[in-house]
Write a protein that binds this ligand. Sequence first.
Ligand SMILES: Nc1ncnc2c1ncn2[C@@H]1O[C@H](COP(=O)(O)OP(=O)(O)O)[C@@H](O)[C@H]1O
Ligand SMILES: [Mg+2]
Length: 261
Amino acid sequence: MPMTAPIVRIAGLRKSFGDNHVLKGIDFDVQPGDRVAILGSSGSGKSTFLRCLNFMETPTSGRIELKGRLIGKPAAKDPNCMTYTHSELSDVRKQVGMVFQQFNLFPHMSVVGNVMEGLVTVLGVDPKAARERSMAQLEKVGMADKADAYPARLSGGQQQRVAIARALAMDPEVLLFDEPTSSLDPELVGEVLNVIKDLAQEGRTMLLVTHELGFAYHYANKVLFLADGQFYETGTPDEVLKHPKKERTQRFLERFTAFSF
Ligand SMILES: Nc1ncnc2c1ncn2[C@@H]1O[C@H](COP(=O)(O)OP(=O)(O)O)[C@@H](O)[C@H]1O
Ligand SMILES: [Mg+2]
C-alpha cells in the first residue's frame, strides 16, 4: 500500500487519432520517487502516453491529476472529457519536463543559451540568474565546459545531456524520457544512461520509455508493458522482465534476448 499521495494520478485515459484508438482507458498512479520504465512495440502508444502526461497531446477523455490537483474541468456534455485552459496547461508543462529522442536543441543557440531559454521566456527568470541556474545543471550532466559551444559541434550523447540539463533547469516535479538513447551510436548510450541513473538515485520521479532493458531492470522500480492500448502487464522489474506471466510480454522480451550470449 502506498504511504504517500500519488504525484500523478491517471484515470481512464483515452487517446484516439480519428478512429485509431491508441490509448484505451489507462489507470495508473505514479508515486513520488517512482522510476517507471515503459516498454512496448513500435506504434503501441508509448510516446502518445507520455505526450498526454504533459499535454503536448490532449487526452480524448480521462482524468489526470498532478499533486492532487485535477487538470482541466469536466465538459458539460460529457464529464469524462475535460476542457483545458491555455494557462493551466502551460503551468503543467513547467512541472512535467520532457526529454525527446531527437534532443530538439535550438541550433542557433549555444549550449547554455538552450538551457536558459525556458527559464527566461517561460518562467521569466532574469538572464543572470537563469545563466547561473543553467550552469549548475550543465555541471550536473558533465557539460559545463561546453557551455558556449553550439549543438552541431557536440556528439549526440552530449546533445542529449544538454537536453536533460534543459529539462532539469525548469525544476520539474516529474521527468518524462521518450527513448532518450534510441538515436545514439551505441558507444554514446552509456553516458546518457549514467546521467539518468544519477537522477534516479537522487529520487527524481521519472517515466522512461526505453528499450534498454538492463537499465530498466536495475534502475526502474516499476515496469509497464503497453499493448492494445492498455498496460497489458505491470509489476516490478523482476516480475515483468524476468518472469513475465503473459504471452505477449514474453514474446516481446524474447526478441531482446534472442541473441544474448
Ligand atoms: N499526432 C498524431 N496524429 C495521428 N496519429 C498519431 C499521432 N501521433 C501518434 N499517432 C499514431 O498513434 C499510434 C501510436 O504512436 P506512438 O505513440 O508514437 O507509438 P510508440 O511511441 O509506441 O511507437 C500510431 O499508430 C501512430 O501512427
Ligand atoms: Mg515513440
